[in-house]
Design a protein around this ligand. Structure first.
Ligand code: SAM
Length: 218
């Protein structure tokens, strides 16, 4: 995907109220007070602000996005609502500006389909998650391979399905990245887009390993 086009398109949408999500990732994320959370493709910052409230003053939430307009709106919203335990960072999904094993939870809604190389993104999610950390992601998948003619079609790109892959490819990428306990939490009926059909789903999974004990004992 051309990042300058994505920046432009989403910056135009930053001040609108149109829904940009494709599932209820946040509803399944079971955020605990004190957790460090990340939202990839944080848009106007709505989910980041909700997570900030749930994780509380002991926790922190990072929102990453590539669109200057979205980042500006998200920062304005944080200021407007007086939310201080958040930070919005301009960063590509493929190169997340966080140290290894930072996050308890990575959330993303309708964004990973935009990434040219999904394997790199999932490797990054694995890298920034703590051992035992989890992801909850809503995204679009295609029921058959998306024909090349749609890959750069502005309408298909703007509808978030031009870059989608099949469910099988999606699951294989997660498995190769090393995630365990991968579960589909919700899955829509297929709907037509161009000559193909696509669906939206919400999935969760864990980086293997035991969570560090929060009580201070070993
Ligand atoms: C469909 S919107 C979803 C926004 C938000 N998650 C929501 O549910 O309202 C996709 C968001 O991902 C961002 N985005 C797209 N491609 C990206 C990339 N390669 N790196 C970082 N952000 C990206 C866009 O700027 C946009 O804000």
């Amino acid at each position: 995907m051309d990042l300058s086009n994505i920046n432009l398109r989403y910056s135009q949408l930053a001040k609108t109220e149109c829904c940009l999500s494709c599932g209820g990732a946040l509803n399944f994320s079971k955020i605990q007070p004190g957790e460090i959370c990340v939202d990839l493709g944080s848009g106007r910052g709505t989910d980041v602000l909700r997570m900030a409230e749930l994780t509380g003053d002991e926790g922190f939430v990072y929102g990453f996005d590539i669109s200057d307009g979205m980042l500006k709106t998200a920062r304005e919203n944080a200021l407007k609502f007086g939310v201080t335990n958040v930070k919005f960072i301009r960063s590509e999904l493929e190169n997340i500006e966080l140290p290894d094993q930072t996050a308890d939870l990575v959330v993303s809604n309708c964004t990973i389909n935009h990434a040219e190389d999904k394997a790199v993104v999932w490797n990054e999610i694995f890298r920034i998650l703590k051992r035992g950390g989890r992801f909850v992601v809503s995204d679009i998948y295609a029921t058959s391979t998306v024909p090349e003619e749609y890959r750069r079609d502005p309408v298909a790109v703007s509808e978030c399905w031009a870059g989608s892959v099949t469910k099988e490819e999606y699951m294989e990428t997660l498995s190769i990245a090393g995630f365990e306990s991968v579960t589909i939490l919700e899955d829509s009926l297929p709907y037509s887009k161009g000559k193909i059909e696509v669906s939206s789903f919400t999935i969760t999974g864990e980086r293997p390993g035991r969570k560090p004990c929060s009580c201070g004992k070993r």
